[in-house]
Design a binder for this molecule. Structure first.
Ligand SMILES: NC(=O)c1ccc[n+]([C@@H]2O[C@H](COP(=O)([O-])OP(=O)(O)OC[C@H]3O[C@@H](n4cnc5c(N)ncnc54)[C@H](OP(=O)(O)O)[C@@H]3O)[C@@H](O)[C@H]2O)c1
Length: 274
């Protein structure tokens, strides 16, 4: 059996999909800079060897599908995949992000047998990603107000991706994947504090204060601009609604933030009383 190429296969979603496929004895090739052969979005010379001999690919773009140039890179990757006979492509996308929606269009135009997973913010950003350090420090300071976001569990995204890889009825489907409940960032932090038994504060910053604090941490300018855009434009209310993608694809409800918070607290990742 030919392997499935898992771009970002050690990341929040790719790692989960890869392990579920491996449990089903479906071979997987991880596509990342740390793998052999190496795959690097910034080095097109690495793309063909990652695609050689695979049956399908999961496309998780890095650093973010909302970043300038993402759609062009995803389009070029999809065109190369189709030219190499790899037609089954699943794209991890984001909601309300013009560059991500352009990438979706490029995928559709490539001639691939596509499925698109257009996701809300991941719950796992608080436990496996850039917000974990702030949670651990006891203060999460962001330029976002009382806007509700339906955080989605990366396990649900992985379940939908695996279903799509093993069942061709998902070809041509765009699933908008959200959690079952809108929460503000302040409410999400409150749930994390309660679940972990820790004192964690949410502080609202202005966009300027946020950029200045990231600059102090010596983050590169393009990353600061990207984070500022994600927290301001994408969280301006345009995505303040629930979608049925998880139940449409899996015929079960999406996982709730409280269950996620309790499970992570029990794992000890956030410290505190468990
Ligand atoms: N986080 C959210 O809330 C959210 C919401 C909606 C959509 N998204 C989309 O999700 C995608 C990120 O997916 P994720 O969260 O599953 O992954 P992730 O955890 O952010 O990604 C880490 C993975 O990407 C690889 N990687 C990093 N830089 C790379 C590069 N230059 N070339 C190739 N691989 C690289 C890493 O491996 P190496 O270090 O070995 O290369 C690792 O496997 C983004 O496109 C984003 O737009 C995110």
């Amino acid at each position: 059996m030919k392997p499935i190429l898992m771009l970002g296969g050690t990341g929040k979603t790719g790692r989960r999909i890869a392990s579920q496929l491996a449990a089903r004895a479906i071979p997987v090739r991880i596509g990342s800079r740390g793998n052999t052969p190496s795959f690097d979005w910034n080095d097109r010379a690495t793309w063909a060897s990652a695609l050689a001999g695979v049956s399908a690919a999961y496309i998780s773009y890095n650093p973010d599908l909302a970043a300038p140039g993402a759609s062009e890179a995803v389009g070029a990757f999809a065109d190369l995949a189709v030219a190499m006979g790899v037609k089954r492509l699943i794209l991890l996308s984001g909601r309300g992000e013009p560059e991500a929606q352009r990438a979706e269009d490029m995928l559709k135009r490539s001639g691939a047998d596509w499925t698109i997973l257009r996701c809300s913010w991941f719950m796992q950003n608080f436990s496996e990603s850039f917000m974990l350090d702030a949670v651990l420090s006891g203060q999460v300071a962001l330029p976002v107000g009382a806007v509700g976001e339906p955080f989605v569990d990366a396990d649900d995204i992985a379940d939908v991706a695996v279903a799509a890889f093993i069942d061709d009825r998902h070809i041509g489907q765009l699933y908008e994947l959200t959690g079952p409940r809108l929460l503000t960032f302040a409410e999400a932090i409150k749930e994390i504090a309660e679940a972990s038994g820790r004192d964690i504060r949410f502080v609202r910053l202005t966009p300027e204060e946020f950029s200045a604090s990231l600059a102090e941490q010596q983050l590169p300018e393009d990353l600061i601009a990207l984070l500022k855009m994600l927290f301001t434009e994408v969280l301006d209310g345009r995505n303040e609604h629930l979608s049925d993608g998880v139940s449409d694809a899996l015929h079960r409800p999406a996982r709730d933030f409280t269950d996620y918070a309790r499970a992570v607290a029990t794992s000890g990742v956030w410290g505190g009383a468990q």
